[in-house]
Design a protein around this ligand. Structure first.
Ligand code: C2O
Ligand code: CU
Length: 478
């Protein structure tokens, strides 16, 4: 299918990337902090058996259970990650949200050759900005196995603002049900040829797929109904427990690593204070619950109450939810299907948060505007930007130093979390600094960025099935 060409890429042309470009070298050198340390880590993608807390599945992962190793560095450090690929296929590692040097961005066919089965590759780059990031392959739909992990870049200035920290990763799970993500992709792309649901019949949890179009907030959340929703690699029947003491201030770093599911997240009995999204500070904002699209992150501050609480991630527009138990005192754990009242009170879309003053993009007239009309649909299963799939899309050209405005125009009935590599944009009109923003059906979201990180950068929907079947375009420095 067309998809195979997409995230895997075509022939690699090193001249496109510019590792030899003096501008790339200078930009990288400017990021290095004097006295910076080198942080070394290893990633070992491999076939694994994961116990999800009942279901035991055979899949691919970076760890023997749950997300891959938590990587931590400080701004200005050099991060060196040695990857040994023990998968039966080639892979890559993309550093989602990090404004890094282009040749380390991990997009096979565009910024590097794929890491062959049995091969090795070392990523080495300076991490510029503090925040919550994550890493995953940019090869096919590998992200939809268990191939993801979190990268935290600690801000020394924020060390004292909380008593402890929890890293919480959300994921929708189809692998291990008799179908792999590659089977799902094959089934999706075989749809529509004969006016039927084609390969969808018999898909786990697939009740015709159309229940998915009903989200009140999104219009249609996704394509694939997942049998399990995971929090830190566990199903709700056997959830992880996060412990603390009443009155403590906890920082929750929340990552949506799912491929096809947005979540509405709440902690029963608590208000959430959103302090950051996609790594960058916002004007602190209290809410009962929030909506997190695929590829988005938020940092929350919570003052813990006394008792046992459910941290629930309800799959938006679908049935099913993920659960973690928060325990600060005595009490029975909540039932797996607990639905905190907070989920149905005030819901915040992270795209509506305001940037904190210190990271607000200074006002400036855009030098260039690109309009990205998001199109396509389920039958046939094909997703486009300006009518083209990635393999035949013209790159969005930008000039170094320009203020660039991107207008995402959603003409479909599904939402698309749009992600730009290598840059952090500002949602137009003083909105948050982000790298991934939800574009709901029929709406336009404009973002602005300063083109100061030369290279060739993917710009795509973070529904990996949408990206893989075409909803992706390059942003290229001329
Ligand atoms: Cu998580 Cu191309 O992105
Ligand atoms: Cu999409």
């Amino acid at each position: 299918a067309a998809g195979a060409a997409a995230w895997a890429g075509g022939a690699f042309d090193p001249r496109l990337v510019g590792p030899h470009d003096p501008l790339v070298a200078r930009t990288e050198a400017a990021r290095r902090r004097p006295g910076a340390t080198t942080v070394t880590a290893r990633l070992h993608p491999r076939p694994v058996r994961h116990d999800l807390g009942g279901p035991v599945v055979t899949t691919w992962g970076y760890a023997d259970s749950g997300p891959g190793p938590l990587l931590r560095a400080r701004p200005g450090d050099l991060l060196r990650v040695e990857v040994t690929n023990d998968l039966p296929v080639s892979t890559s590692v993309h550093w989602h949200g990090v404004a890094l040097r282009n040749d380390m961005d991990g997009v096979p066919g565009v910024t590097q050759r794929p890491i062959a089965a049995g091969g090795r590759y070392t990523y080495e780059f300076t991490v510029p900005d503090p925040g919550t990031y994550f890493y995953h392959p940019h090869s096919g739909v590998q992200l939809d196995r268990a191939l993801y992990g979190v990268l935290v870049v600690d801000d020394p200035a924020e060390a004292g603002d909380h008593d402890q920290e929890w890293v919480v990763v959300l994921d929708d799970w189809v692998d291990g049900t008799g179908r792999t993500p590659d089977d799902v992709l094959a089934a999706l792309t075989s749809m529509g040829g004969h006016g039927s649901m084609g390969g969808m019949a018999g898909m786990p949890g697939m009740s015709g797929g159309m229940e998915l179009m009903t989200s009140p907030l999104l219009g249609g959340a996704g394509d694939v109904a997942y049998p399990h929703q995971l929090v830190n690699g566990r199903v709700p029947a056997a959830p992880v427990t996060l412990t603390g003491r009443p009155g403590q201030r906890v920082r929750i770093r929340l990552v949506n690593a799912a491929s096809d599911t947005a979540y509405r997240v709440a902690l029963s009995g608590h208000r959430l204070t959103v302090t950051h999204t996609d790594g960058f500070p916002v004007v602190p904002t209290d809410t009962d619950s929030l909506l997190l699209g695929m590829g988005e992150r938020v940092d929350l501050l919570v003052r813990l109450g006394d008792g046992v609480f459910g941290l629930v991630a309800a799959a938006e527009g679908k049935t099913g939810q993920g659960l973690a138990v928060v325990r600060t005192g005595a009490g029975d754990p909540p039932p797996p299907a607990v639905r905190p009242a907070e989920l149905d009170r005030q819901v915040r879309n992270t795209g509506t948060l305001r940037a904190a003053a210190q990271v607000a993009l200074p006002r400036r007239r855009p030098d260039r505007t690109h309009r990205l009309v998001l199109g396509g649909g389920m039958m046939p299963y094909r997703w486009t930007v300006n009518g083209a799939t990635w393999d035949d899309a013209d790159p969005l050209v930008v000039g170094h130093g320009e203020r660039v405005r991107l207008e995402f125009v959603n003409t479909t009935t599904m939402f698309h979390p749009m992600h730009v590599h290598g840059h952090t944009f500002a949602v137009a009109g003083g909105g948050a600094r982000k790298d991934t923003v939800i574009v709901t059906p029929g709406r336009t979201v404009a973002v602005e960025l300063d083109a100061v990180n030369p290279g060739r950068w993917m710009t795509h929907c973070h529904n990996v099935y949408h990206a893989e079947t075409g909803m992706m375009v390059d942003l290229a420095y001329r």
